[in-house]
Design a protein around this ligand. Structure first.
Ligand code: SF4
Length: 280
């Protein structure tokens, strides 16, 4: 009974955090959206991404936000650093990178994890989906987004014609924070260089950041979701959109509608990119 109450409290505050960031922020609730089911999955042809019919969405120039080049994050060395190959930054492929960092224990999450969750998907993906950190299912399987939230993410991608295996899915942190707590600043800073290396190797054209931890880590900011949703960010030349984490959608179905709008926008931008590259 007591555990149930604590679980409810945790769910409540996690909802607040998704909406407002790492600090409590009180304001009138924005206009409530009707709960809208994520549209039915579209079938996609083998090895191709089907163009999804979507309504036109205009992005005002003022909504495109330039992000300053992020400074490389230097993780604080610890006695356990030798578990990462010293030349990991020279990795030429994702497989090589994985082999060089999979035993990492640069932060305390390395001690409590069951499995290292590197991420998975197309190593040459045009779209990279980045979440916060593995959860319980991911920690057990060593794969990203395989629990309930992950299944929802797969449906969300498919709803606009993207197959899970066509994108690359990863997290800021490669190891699960105990109890699914938010990774600490030090843990994020220790792990972020690996993500930056993954981005460097994959060279995505688009990043979809899921939730505020992923977004604010990439942007070196402390935005609230309301500040950044629906806007296009330029992250080192990569078009970046932010939407709610699927785990947040499971708790608050009212956020399905904004996520659907974000996904349609991503699809539109991707189709425009494909059209442009065909002409070149
Ligand atoms: S979370 Fe990242 S930095 Fe921390 S131990 Fe895991 S791989 Fe290393």
């Amino acid at each position: 009974m007591q555990k149930d109450i604590f679980d409810r409290i945790i769910v409540f505050f996690e909802g607040i955090r998704q909406q407002t960031g790492e600090y409590l922020y009180f304001e009138e609730m924005p206009e409530q959206f009707e709960a809208t089911a994520v549209p039915k999955v579209q079938k996609t042809e083998e090895r191709t991404i089907k163009k999804a019919p979507i309504e036109a969405i205009k992005i005002e120039e003022s909504k495109i936000v330039e992000i300053k080049q992020p400074q490389p994050v230097i993780a604080t060395p610890t006695l356990l650093d030798e578990k990462v190959a010293p030349d990991w930054q020279q990795a030429k492929s994702l497989d090589e990178l994985l082999n060089k960092i999979k035993d990492c224990q640069k932060c305390p999450l390395g001690i409590t994890r069951t499995k290292f969750v590197f991420g998975e998907g197309n190593p040459n993906a045009d779209i990279m989906v980045i979440g916060e950190a593995p959860g319980a299912d991911e920690d057990l399987q060593g794969l990203p987004f395989v629990g309930r939230a992950g299944q929802l993410l797969t449906k969300i991608l498919e709803s606009v014609g993207f197959r899970r295996q066509d994108v690359f899915i990863g997290n800021i942190n490669k190891c699960r924070p105990p109890g699914n707590r938010v990774p600490s600043k030090n843990e994020v800073e220790a792990c972020e260089p690996f993500l930056l290396k993954q981005i460097e190797l994959i060279k995505p054209k688009f990043i979809l950041a899921l939730g505020l931890t992923a977004a604010n880590t990439l942007m070196k900011s402390n935005y609230k979701m309301g500040d950044i949703r629906g806007k296009l960010f330029n992250y080192n030349g990569i078009q970046t959109l932010v939407t709610y984490h699927p785990a947040a959608l499971l708790r608050n179905p009212n956020w399905k509608k904004p996520v659907w709008e974000d996904m349609k926008l991503l699809r539109k931008l991707y189709d425009e990119y494909i059209e442009k590259t065909k002409k070149e």
